[in-house]
Design a protein around this ligand. Structure first.
Ligand code: 1GP
Length: 252
C-alpha cells in the first residue's frame, strides 16, 4: 500500500492532494517533458494516467516517459483492462458502483486481476461513482450505466458508505472529463458526512476557486485533466495546487 499511504500522508500534511490526469490521446509525447517539470515545480502531488477511450495513445511508452521525467507517483486510471502496465506505480482498481452493469462492477476485474498481479503494481480499490453532470459524458456512455442524479446526494452517500463497508479504499465522485457541471458541493458534503475514506473529486473543474470549494466540502483529492491541455493555462497549475493544499495556503 505504498502509494495509497503516500496519498494519505499528503492529505494529512497538506489538507488535500492534487492530481493531474494525463491522457496519452491528448498530450503529445513532445510536450510531456515540459509539462511534467511544470507540474513538479508547481506543487502537484501525482499523476493519473489513462482515459475512458484511448484511440491513438500508446500507454506503455507514455508511462515509461512519465516515469523517466518525474519522481511523482504515476497511477493508472484505467478505461479498460488493456490499460495495465508494470511501469506505473499503482492502478485505481475501479468498480463503477453507481451503475448496475455487472461487467463494470466485477466482470472486468476478474480479467484484470491476474494481469495486475503479474505486473507487480499496487491496486487501489476505488468505488467509482459517476454523477450526472449535464450531458452524457464519455465515462457514463462507456460504462453502460446510469449516473447518480445530481440532486440526489443521499444516493451518492449511501453508495459510498456501502462501498466503504465492502472494503474500498477511495471514493471517486466523477462528473466526467470536460463535464458541463462539477460534482455538487452538497453531494460531496453528504458523502463526507458518511464516509471515513478519502473522497476524490474530478470532472469539469476549471479554476482554483472551484477546486478549493470541493476541498472545503470534504474532498481529499482533486483531479483535473482537460484544463491543462491548453498550454496557455500551465502557469495556473500552482494556483490550483495551493487552492487544494488548504492547510498550507492562505489564498482564496
Ligand atoms: C477526472 O475526469 C476527470 O476525474 C478529469 O476531468 O478533464 O474535466 O478536468 P476534466
Amino acid at each position: 500500500m505504498k502509494i495509497y499511504n503516500q496519498l494519505l500522508n499528503t492529505i494529512k500534511e497538506k489538507g488535500a492532494a492534487y492530481l493531474i490526469l494525463l491522457d496519452p490521446d491528448k498530450l503529445s509525447e513532445n510536450k510531456l517533458t515540459g509539462f511534467l517539470k511544470h507540474c513538479e515545480k508547481s506543487g502537484v502531488d501525482g499523476f493519473l494516467i489513462g482515459g475512458s477511450l484511448m484511440v491513438n495513445g500508446e500507454l506503455e511508452s507514455f508511462i515509461k516517459k512519465v516515469k523517466t521525467n518525474t519522481t511523482l507517483p504515476s497511477i493508472i486510471f484505467p478505461g479498460s483492462i488493456t490499460q495495465v502496465s508494470a511501469f506505473a506505480d499503482a492502478i485505481l482498481f475501479l468498480s463503477v458502483v453507481s451503475g448496475r452493469n455487472p461487467e463494470q462492477l466485477i466482470g472486468k476485474h476478474v480479467l484484470a486481476a491476474p494481469l495486475i498481479k503479474k505486473s507487480g503494481i499496487e491496486p487501489i480499490p476505488t468505488a467509482y461513482i459517476l454523477v450526472e453532470s449535464g450531458s452524457t459524458t464519455t465515462a457514463v456512455y462507456m460504462s453502460g450505466s446510469l449516473p447518480v442524479p445530481r440532486n440526489k446526494p443521499e444516493i451518492a452517500a449511501a453508495t459510498a458508505l456501502a462501498s466503504e463497508y465492502l472494503g474500498m479504499k477511495l471514493i471517486y465522485l466523477e462528473a466526467g472529463s470536460g463535464a458541463d457541471n462539477t460534482v455538487p458541493n452538497e453531494m460531496i458534503k453528504a458523502v463526507s458526512s458518511q464516509c471515513s475514506i478519502p473522497i476524490v473529486v474530478g470532472g469539469g473543474i476549471r479554476n482554483p476557486q472551484t477546486a478549493r470549494e470541493k476541498v472545503k466540502s470534504g474532498a481529499s483529492i482533486i483531479v483535473t485533466g482537460n484544463f491543462f491541455e491548453d498550454e496557455n493555462n500551465w502557469t495556473l497549475i500552482k494556483d490550483f495546487a495551493s487552492a487544494v493544499h488548504i492547510k498550507q495556503s492562505i489564498l482564496i
